[in-house]
Design a protein around this ligand. Structure first.
Ligand code: ZN
Ligand code: ZN
Length: 251
């Protein structure tokens, strides 16, 4: 016996089929059968299909030939996942369990997309293993994050770049009701702003100091996504940081 991840019904293995990395029963597959619209089929010959959710507009990447579904939207057959509800409680989210779950999933997708922002490329879509169901318990499989080169039009699998610059940024941004901290270069913070985040505080510092500071924050708060009421003190972990927040404010 196995369980449908969406409605939690226990069924023999042969009555479940894998959709978006997870096992679903036939009625749950049916509910979302028309949900995704194919936007790009193997663009430029790349081994990927880019879909868009007809319910919420979120895009996702998928290997050709698979049925998939939205990274964010649950449906009328979905049942609450206790692990996601615990995350929602920790983030002080006040919506229904489904609203909270979808908000966490949508924010997780935006944070993932922001990681791949880089000059000269338009990020098209990503794929987060485990969403829309299992919040942060994402596993490692993914069809990847894909982007289009602004000049050549080439569609390619994007990689997070490690760069030689000495300076780094420690940042705190707010996605609606949720705070997110992290480290990276300017592209990363610009990416978050592009996906709707408001910069709260951005500190510039030595690459190594910033890395250590981020690790201290992560140990302290256990997750990079925290409640908007959580006091996240960047100066406490990076006392010599230079405040460069103004460079990222849009107005
Ligand atoms: Zn089901
Ligand atoms: Zn959706």
């Amino acid at each position: 016996m196995k369980q449908c991840i969406n409605c939690m019904t226990r069924l023999p293995r042969k009555e479940l089929a894998d959709i978006a990395w997870c096992s679903l029963c036939a009625p749950c597959r049916q509910v979302a059968a028309d949900q995704m619209k194919l936007l790009h089929d193997r663009p430029g010959g790349a081994e990927v299909q880019i879909y868009q959710c007809g319910w919420c507009g979120t895009e996702r990447s998928c290997a050709p030939g698979f049925q998939t579904r939205c990274l964010v939207c649950l449906d009328d057959r979905s049942v609450p996942d206790p692990a996601v509800q615990r995350i929602a409680a920790r983030l002080d989210l006040t919506g229904t369990w489904r609203e909270n779950s979808e908000l966490i999933a949508a924010t997780t997708v935006k944070i993932r997309l922001a990681k791949y922002e880089q000059a000269g490329w338009t990020v098209l879509a990503t794929d987060v293993h485990g969403l829309p169901w299992t919040g942060f318990r994402w596993l490692t499989k993914s069809h990847g994050t894909w982007g289009r080169n602004d000049e050549s039009g080439e569609v390619a699998l994007l990689r997070k770049r490690s760069r030689p610059e000495e300076a780094g940024l420690l940042y705190l941004v707010r996605y609606g009701k949720v705070l997110k901290f992290g480290r990276g270069q300017a592209d990363r913070v610009h990416g978050h702003v592009k996906y709707g985040a408001v910069p709260v505080l951005v500190l510039s510092g030595g690459r190594q100091e910033v890395a250590v500071a981020r690790d201290r924050l992560k140990r302290l708060h256990r997750s990079e996504m925290v409640s908007q009421r959580t006091p996240v003190d960047l100066f406490a972990v990076l006392p010599d940081g230079e405040d460069v927040t103004d460079q990222f404010r849009t107005s």
